[in-house]
Design a protein around this ligand. Sequence first.
Ligand SMILES: *[C@@H]1O[C@H](CO)[C@@H](O)[C@H](O)[C@H]1NC(C)=O
Ligand SMILES: *[C@@H]1O[C@H](CO)[C@@H](O)[C@H](O)[C@H]1NC(C)=O
Ligand SMILES: *[C@@H]1O[C@H](CO)[C@@H](O)[C@H](O)[C@H]1NC(C)=O
Ligand SMILES: *[C@@H]1O[C@H](CO)[C@@H](O)[C@H](O)[C@H]1NC(C)=O
Ligand SMILES: *[C@@H]1O[C@H](CO)[C@@H](O)[C@H](O)[C@H]1NC(C)=O
Ligand SMILES: *[C@@H]1O[C@H](CO)[C@@H](O)[C@H](O)[C@H]1NC(C)=O
Ligand SMILES: *[C@@H]1O[C@H](CO)[C@@H](O)[C@H](O)[C@H]1NC(C)=O
Ligand SMILES: *[C@@H]1O[C@H](CO)[C@@H](O)[C@H](O)[C@H]1NC(C)=O
Ligand SMILES: *[C@@H]1O[C@H](CO)[C@@H](O)[C@H](O)[C@H]1NC(C)=O
Ligand SMILES: *[C@@H]1O[C@H](CO)[C@@H](O)[C@H](O)[C@H]1NC(C)=O
Ligand SMILES: *[C@@H]1O[C@H](CO)[C@@H](O)[C@H](O)[C@H]1NC(C)=O
Length: 763
Amino acid sequence: MAKQILYKHFVLLAAFFFFIHSLLVLASLIDTTSRQARDFKCIEKERQALLHFKSYIYQDPMGFLSTWTQYEKREEATSDCCEWSGVTCNNQTGHVTTLDLYGGYLEGKISPSLVNLTYLSHLDLSFNHFYGPIPMFIGSMTQLRHLDLQGSYFNGNIPMFNGSMTHLRYLDLRDNELTGNIPIFIGSITQLRYLGLGLNYFHGPIPMELGNLTKLQQLYLYSLSNCTIKNLNWLSHLSHLKGLYMDGISLAKANNWVNVILGLKKLSFLSLSECDLSQVMNPYSYSSFNSSSTSSSIVCLYLIHNNLNSSMYHWLFPLTSNKLEWLYLHNNKLDGIPKFLGNLCSLTLLSITKNSLSIKFYNLLANLSSGCTSIALEGLFVSHNQLTGSVSNNIQKFSSLKYLFLDNNQLNETISEIVWRLPKVQELDVSSNFLKSFISEYVGETKILRLYLSNNSFEGTPSNIHMSDLSNIQEINISSCKLGPHFPNWILKLKNLTHLNIANNRISYTFSIHFWNMWFSQFIDIDLSSNNFSGSIPNVSSGLQRLDLSHNKFYGQISFLCQITYGSLYFLDLSNNSFIGEIPDCLWHFKELQVLNLGHNKFSGRLPISIGYLISLEVLQLDNNNFSGELPLSLQNCTRLTFLELGVNKFSGYVPVWIGERYIGNVGLCGLPLTKYCPGDKELEAPIIGQNEGGGEGIDELDRLFLIGGASGFATGFWMVCCGLHVNWHGRNEFFRFLDNVKDWVYIKVTLFIARQQRAPWV
Ligand SMILES: *[C@@H]1O[C@H](CO)[C@@H](O)[C@H](O)[C@H]1NC(C)=O
Ligand SMILES: *[C@@H]1O[C@H](CO)[C@@H](O)[C@H](O)[C@H]1NC(C)=O
Ligand SMILES: *[C@@H]1O[C@H](CO)[C@@H](O)[C@H](O)[C@H]1NC(C)=O
Ligand SMILES: *[C@@H]1O[C@H](CO)[C@@H](O)[C@H](O)[C@H]1NC(C)=O
Ligand SMILES: *[C@@H]1O[C@H](CO)[C@@H](O)[C@H](O)[C@H]1NC(C)=O
Ligand SMILES: *[C@@H]1O[C@H](CO)[C@@H](O)[C@H](O)[C@H]1NC(C)=O
Ligand SMILES: *[C@@H]1O[C@H](CO)[C@@H](O)[C@H](O)[C@H]1NC(C)=O
Ligand SMILES: *[C@@H]1O[C@H](CO)[C@@H](O)[C@H](O)[C@H]1NC(C)=O
Ligand SMILES: *[C@@H]1O[C@H](CO)[C@@H](O)[C@H](O)[C@H]1NC(C)=O
Ligand SMILES: *[C@@H]1O[C@H](CO)[C@@H](O)[C@H](O)[C@H]1NC(C)=O
Ligand SMILES: *[C@@H]1O[C@H](CO)[C@@H](O)[C@H](O)[C@H]1NC(C)=O
């Protein structure tokens, strides 16, 4: 599952990065064409090699290689290969030095002709669809001791390339469909600084010969789950290694791997998620290390999803130091927190989400604040554990804390007022606990912007809260908190509130026009569902993006819809109320609308033809009303519709053919694909079509994350902090690499934010 997520994530991001890449390519094209004419043309042998390389590519949907031509056919085409997109030559010698086809959606095999690019130092074919084995073009063959041609596509002689490609420093083949073994001759490209092989379909052992790449700084071997590793001793030769990514490869046999890692004095980024680390018999032996040599330089450490219990702390200890900034222990079986985690003076982010912590939150904080950790920590993520007690006073020491995620624990007491007054705090999530009260009357001004309190029992919460205290809050979710039957008036005084979820609180209330005026002018997202609200909704204008009034007792017409700003609304659920009248004919406002649920009301009349403007619509539920007439033909404009519910209405006429296989259950309608036949039709057994085809089933965790704008906003703001440490901003190429790094850390981000999915409206 996690692998799948990982992969899927890369696919999603690929689109985005491709976009960025296209911009950069465009920029470089403009750059090239404006370059002064030079004296030389590219070297013929290399030009032929590139053309041969191109001849192996049969899909180039973006026309990436359109400038690569034999003859000067078109204006932008040139036979000088140094001018071709993705190609860079040495400006003195004319030799091709860089071939960068990153993210080009190219499909085909990698031609062995690349071997004739003798002076190539940078080869980036990542994020394409190259398939087949890595051809025998890379690396000098002088050190070849074993040659495996199984599955190779060579027919005829195997070329011998003595000493070729000796200049290659950068080789990135990530995210292709390459198969076969990882060839051992990669170990002879001894100048390599960067090697990316992750996200391919390689199998077999990771060759120990990689240990010959003593100048390597970045090694990406993640998501090669069919590859095996016996030990990591070969790694100890890579003394310049700064980043190592081996997620998804089992290290179950890699005894002493911690010692090997500790020997890598420059390693700052280590990602070993989903590596079966709990199965390693002896991860670490003290004997081979003395205290002076155990200082680790790791800045970011990811050990997600390894089934680790608290016995891992004995080897985690030497891996941590005052350089550590991010520590990810998400998805393991840890049941406590050791004191040494309190002595990491640079730690800004700690995630122990989805573990087995069954201690008092107070004790967790006490251990974390035993030293300097509490001063720097910005994000503490301990959702989905069994923490008990209250959000206690000793949170005070965490003066840098911005994000505190404690949802889905067993906290059963109170939230200390000190939390509100933490100087940097922005986001607090204590959803799904057993907290009794969340705030007292006067707490002092808080900087909190987003507050998630849902699924607790705040029966005792005062209805009078000193409002200037909470005036920064922009988003509040206080659903399922047993607030009713009275409406908590203080909520209306939150001047900056834009997102409110107060669903499922048994509140009985009728709003005055004043309420609606205020809410609709200020709010972006309102969820009042599953209460006992009543009244009609006046014609006030709004910029709402999401409105859920379902399961209440609202009545009257819904002409207020026509007052909603053009293009803003994407979610509207008015189901299970007593609304009447026709659907207003202003649906052209809603080209972004994805979900429209008007089911279980008293609507009547025909569907307006303007329903054809809802081009983003995916879910349409009109069931249990009094709609009548034929379905308008324009409904076929809603091409994204996957869930259509029309049952229990008075629609008439044939179901239009174009509705096809989609789910329909309606009394008045007849004909295939329904079970009911139109008068005169032959009685036939027909299958009942589908059950719940849409409605969230098909949206997986990851998509959901990308649908929630807020998550990414939070993410970018926060995660840049660490990323910034690893980036030197030296012009375009560095920016490019920066984006490349982003791809790697975003998956961590995604893993983390899965914890937030509970609050997604789709769940
Ligand atoms: C040639 O390349 C070198 C280094 O790549 C660069 O410093 C120099 O400015 C270039 N010269 C010209 C004329 O482009
Ligand atoms: C490399 O170039 C030589 C001479 O141009 C040619 O004969 C040979 O076939 C090329 N090698 C490959 C693998 O294309
Ligand atoms: C390359 O690696 C192999 C296996 O680790 C080793 O036996 C060999 O000596 C290395 N070659 C060089 C030149 O370092
Ligand atoms: C914790 O994990 C280690 C090795 O992974 C195992 O030997 C030990 O039995 C585990 N302890 C508990 C209490 O499960
Ligand atoms: C302990 O560390 C010192 C300094 O790094 C080193 O000289 C010594 O050989 C080490 N001892 C052992 C047993 O590794
Ligand atoms: C909270 O839960 C703990 C452990 O279950 C229990 O000992 C304690 O009494 C509870 N506190 C309250 C206020 O219910
Ligand atoms: C509400 O919280 C309880 C206790 O943490 C949890 O078991 C339950 O699943 C939560 N319900 C929802 C809808 O999140
Ligand atoms: C809902 O509100 C009405 C008054 O508007 C009240 O009579 C009724 O008892 C409430 N129902 C519930 C379940 O609270
Ligand atoms: C809203 O405006 C429409 C006409 O645009 C009118 O028919 C309707 O009665 C108004 N509704 C309310 C509640 O004022
Ligand atoms: C509205 O929902 C409640 C439960 O959520 C259900 O009992 C009731 O029948 C529904 N009302 C209508 C009109 O469907
Ligand atoms: C439906 O789409 C067609 C063509 O895409 C367009 O001409 C027509 O106006 C649309 N109808 C509605 C009601 O939007």
